[in-house]
Design a binder for this molecule. Structure first.
Ligand code: ZN
Length: 201
């Protein structure tokens, strides 16, 4: 970047976006550049939509799924199987599983995965609430559906050890995917199969 002639307001945006996980300076520049190239009305509409999302969306107080209400539609739905909890890393993983229409239980969103390299420990994740739910509700099975990555596997093992003495069945989702793939990118069929072939840990 030619430091001297980049307008201050643009530089600030690029700096802030490049702080986001998965964004470097190049992708931040592209994002800012695209916004500036769009018709100004559309760009402002996009910014307004983002602002509304930030004001309205928060984690469900029960399971952590992103929702606009206090409780998400899954937690509110009395017809769901309330004895099974599927544990995922992010809300988007639950949205993906839900799209298959094959899963009728509850969810629990960890808000990430254990990652010593990134300094993410058990305290940073929504784990205490999971243990509380298992202990205080008539839960019979917990399905660990963290991603089949090194961190996802480590997180599943950690949770298994934590829940092993709670008198419940603990399953790990089976993957018809190469190790290292992520749930969010899998097709519906693969995810439906993975749930079908989950195995007891
Ligand atoms: Zn919920």
């Amino acid at each position: 970047m030619i430091e001297g002639i980049v307008p201050k307001a643009l530089k600030e945006v690029i700096e802030e976006i490049s702080q986001l996980p998965g964004y470097g300076e190049k992708s931040a520049q592209r994002f800012a550049g695209n916004l500036l190239t769009m018709p100004r009305g559309e760009a402002l509409q996009l910014v307004d939509t983002l602002k509304q999302m930030l004001e309205k969306i928060h984690p469900c107080k029960e399971c952590g799924l992103y929702t606009e209400e206090e409780l998400c539609p899954v937690c509110k739905d009395e017809s769901r199987d309330r004895q099974t909890i599927c544990v995922v890393e992010e809300s988007f993983d639950a949205f993906t599983i839900e799209r298959t229409g094959k899963y009728k239980g509850l969810y629990h969103i960890l808000g990430g995965r254990l990652s010593p390299l990134e300094g993410i420990t058990a305290e940073d994740l929504n784990i205490d609430r999971l243990v509380e739910r298992v202990e205080s509700q008539p839960i019979k099975e917990v399905i660990l559906a963290t991603n089949p990555t090194v961190e996802g596997e480590a997180t599943a093992s950690y949770l298994y050890n934590l829940l092993a003495d709670k008198g419940i069945t603990i399953s790990r989702i089976a993957y018809g995917l190469p190790f290292g793939a992520v749930l969010e990118n899998a097709d519906d069929f693969t995810i439906a199969k993975a749930l079908e072939h989950k195995f007891k840990m």
